[in-house]
Design a protein around this ligand. Structure first.
Ligand code: KIV
Ligand code: ZN
Length: 539
């Protein structure tokens, strides 16, 4: 058996930038996708599915830039999704060309329900297309992955046939998607076992799994798949993705890490082996989670496993007592193992540029001179108001200052008057994309409402605020407040994010940030690819 094809560890295929980015409002621009890709590389994922190159010029550019930037010799494999259509495969091949390790992931549905209602093709036709398109993809790259979409609801005998023929055509990875999040752990495990037992050439390919979380079972399904022979897991940071999301990377990785002795025998290792089951640097997990949450505006629920704010907090007296005596009484993993440090106070208002630069470097931020200057100015501003600057503050400052959508509208001034005896009133000044400074004022039901109404009077793009949240970065009355908002315009959702010690200022900046994304999208509408392409890839 080919050793390289059948690894004794689990391959982590991250699809945050493709399937994850498909969830409403999570849309990222090219620069933001690059930041995520670099962090995924630091995290140590094996494969980055960087996008769906054919879907739009923006998607193509993002895949290509990631291939150039992150697809280095010792970096991850860069993959583009492609329908089993020549034009898609050509676009994918072109976009991933700069990567040292490049993969095309092509797919077509195999369930009768998809064949009848969506593709309007017979089983024989789909079989022939799958085989032909895998061979076509193979003419561009050696590393081809094939997915029979909606595999879980496909007839197993037909599925075996499709897999056998696509492997014979050159697929090195066959991915089994639970497209609609329907299966259960034991069913999925049996399905993977069935594939191992009934596809004659299965040892020529790696079995991968992909699944959505509609019933909250995606991670459990994957772990059962691992026990039955799956060696690649397709997952996203924070589990973001279509509908209820995808299987969450951090949950899978930490389950395999914490319970490695349970999983070892399924991978042919001695039960007691301490060797990691994945290549992930678990200490990068928390940082990656925060970055994806900040950039996509998809908040992480406090009780989310591994990366939720409460994941390592002990509230009950009995638990606190136990943990103080011995952490193992109520903790199955160490917070430091996911990169949650004790959050030591590192900098203050007298800290210089060098200390600032050094600490950022230690935290894994590599900023250009210009970015560093901007971030340092912001740091000084915050340090004037807040005595102690922690790592979390630094991270919020950098995210806020450097990782913003290029500005079209810029908030110059925001002022509010509010209280229990006055009508909340706000005045704002914005610099418009053509450099004009416009001031307006409004009253509202509260200070944030008044600010948003005043901004609307200047920007004048109809939209509906659908989510508003404030979270404090650290404890303490002088903490930075992070505001995340989501707004809707013509059925599209845009998110905005900002941090400031003044939550009204943060609210105004987050709103302007979201409006800038909206405005940019309006400007780009001419170049967007047909909606129909996105519609086809709805899963
Ligand atoms: O959910 C799904 O079936 C997919 C495929 C394109 C792999 O995302
Ligand atoms: Zn999917």
């Amino acid at each position: 058996m080919n050793k390289k094809l059948q690894p004794d560890r689990i391959i982590i295929f991250d699809t945050t930038l493709r399937d994850g980015e498909q969830c409403p409002g999570a849309t990222l621009n090219v620069e933001e996708k690059l930041l995520v890709a670099r962090q995924l590389a630091r995290l140590g994922v094996d494969v980055i599915e960087a996008g769906f190159a054919f879907a739009s010029p923006g998607d193509f550019e993002a895949v290509q830039k990631i291939a150039q930037d992150t697809g280095t010799e010792d970096g991850p494999t860069i993959c583009s999704l492609a329908r089993a259509i020549k034009a898609d495969i050509q676009a994918a091949a072109e976009a991933i060309k700069p990567a040292a390790h490049a993969r095309i992931h092509t797919f077509i549905s195999t369930s009768d329900i998809h064949l009848e209602y969506q593709l309007k093709k017979s089983r024989a036709e789909v079989l022939a297309i799958a085989e032909e398109m895998v061979a076509y993809a193979k003419s561009f790259v050696d590393d081809v992955e094939f997915s029979p979409m909606d595999a879980v609801r496909s007839d197993p005998e037909y599925l075996y046939q499709v897999l056998e023929r696509t492997i014979a055509a050159g697929a090195k990875t066959v991915n089994i998607p639970d497209t609609v999040g329907y299966t259960t752990p034991s069913e999925f495990g049996e399905m993977i076992r069935g594939i191992k037992e009934n596809v004659p050439n299965i040892d020529q390919a790696i079995i991968s799994v992909h699944g959505h979380n509609d019933l909250g079972l995606a991670v459990a399904n994957f772990l059962e798949a691992v026990k039955n022979g799956a060696r690649q897991l397709e997952c996203t940071i924070n589990g973001i993705g279509e509908r209820a999301g995808n299987a969450s990377l951090e949950e899978l990785v930490m389950a395999l890490h914490v319970r490695r002795q349970y999983f070892n025998p399924y991978l042919g290792r001695p039960g007691s082996s301490e060797a990691p089951l994945t290549k992930i640097d678990t200490r990068q997990i928390y940082k990656t989670s925060r970055l994806v949450s900040n950039l996509t505006g998809m908040l992480v629920q406090p009780n989310k496993a591994i990366v939720g704010a409460n994941a390592f907090a002990h509230e009950s007296g009995i638990h606190q007592d136990g943990v103080l005596k011995n952490k193992l009484t109520y903790e199955i993993m160490d917070a430091q193992s996911i990169g949650l440090t004790d959050n030591l106070i590192v900098l203050g208002k007298h800290s210089g540029r060098n200390a600032f630069r050094t600490r950022l470097k230690e935290l894994g931020f590599e900023l250009s001179e210009n970015e560093l200057n901007k971030a340092f100015l912001r740091f000084k501003e915050v340090a004037d108001k807040k005595k102690e600057i922690t790592d979390w503050d630094l991270e919020a400052i950098v995210n806020d200052e450097i990782r913003q959508t290029p500005e079209l509208f810029h908030l110059e001034l925001v002022q509010v008057s509010c209280g229990d005896r006055t009508c909340p009133t706000a005045t704002v000044t914005l610099r418009t994309p053509n450099g004009e400074e416009l001031t307006d004022a409004a009253i509202g039901t509260g200070p944030v409402d008044a600010v948003y109404k005043a901004i609307n009077r200047v920007v004048n793009v109809p939209n509906q605020l659908i989510e508003f949240s404030v979270q404090s970065v650290t404890a303490g009355i002088d903490a930075l407040g992070e505001v995340t908002i989501r707004l809707r315009h013509n059925e599209q959702i845009f998110s905005g994010h900002a941090a400031n010690t003044d939550i009204i200022v943060a609210s105004a900046q987050a709103y302007v940030n979201a409006l800038n994304r909206l405005y940019r999208a309006i400007q780009n509408t001419q170049s967007t690819v047909s909606e129909s392409v996105r519609e086809v890839v709805t899963q």
